[in-house]
Write a new protein. Structure first.
Length: 236
């Protein structure tokens, strides 16, 4: 983070495949892991996921908690444990069922999940019971989060915390269906096929600004400009 880093609040939406975590969590609690957090890029990610560390962990809560309660609770946990978790609230929608979640990144090992859950429970945030059956189902994730952004040029940002994450502005709100179709068209009509994208917005100067988040290895401004130009050609 630099003196010019901008902190914005907003939202991201993406499709993910999930699997249930058992054993490393509090008994009878509902915890999911994204099987492939960047499906447009890591086509082989399944083979690597379990060999590294937890990536995207979703703690399913028993209800929706206020942003203030979630933020203050997470601050206290970070201070007490001296951990560098990145946590955000959101929802996962699977077959028209909406689950309230806390998405956590930068957990060092699976054994830390149970400790993190216990802290949340001790501070008043509780978790949903584990379902009797869960079959690696796909869902739509909506994250409500703070963004730490470095503006590179007008309409273009790099994430100051997460490497190889970039954002660019688009002129209007797209539905998830529109965005999904546009992304397929963009990938089929350019050389750079290996990138992942999600859609969202940030609040800026009292307005909701529509954005696309791009993830790619060694992401550059030129790559983002090329990708954005292909989207803009197709956004009517």
């Amino acid at each position: 983070m630099t003196e010019t880093t901008q902190i914005k609040y907003g939202s991201l939406i993406k499709e993910e495949a999930f699997e249930l975590i058992e054993g490393a969590v509090l008994p009878n609690t509902f915890v999911l892991e994204s099987k492939n957090p960047f499906p447009g890029f890591y086509e082989y990610y399944d083979n690597l996921q379990k060999d590294i560390t937890p990536h995207y962990i979703y703690l399913v809560t028993d209800k929706k908690y206020s942003l203030e309660q979630f933020t203050r609770t997470t601050q206290q946990i970070m201070a007490d444990t001296n951990k560098k978790y990145h946590a955000a609230q959101g929802t996962i929608t699977i077959f028209n069922t909406v689950h309230n979640v806390i998405r956590v990144r930068h957990i060092e090992q699976y054994a830390d999940i149970k400790e993190l859950q216990a802290y949340y429970v001790s501070l008043g945030i509780n978790f949903k019971d584990k379902p009797s059956k869960f079959d690696h189902e796909t869902g739509i994730t909506r994250l409500n989060k703070f963004f730490s952004l470095d503006q590179i040029e007008d309409d273009f940002y790099f994430d100051s915390v997460e490497a190889n994450h970039g954002y660019f502005k688009i002129p209007r709100l797209l539905s998830w269906g529109e965005f999904e179709q546009l992304t397929k068209q963009v990938k089929y009509n350019m050389d750079l096929l290996h990138f992942d994208a999600s859609i969202g917005f940030i609040y800026d100067h009292f307005k909701a600004i529509d954005i696309i988040r791009v993830y790619a290895e060694n992401l550059s401004l030129d790559m983002m400009k090329e990708i954005r130009s292909k989207y803009l050609e197709r956004i009517k």
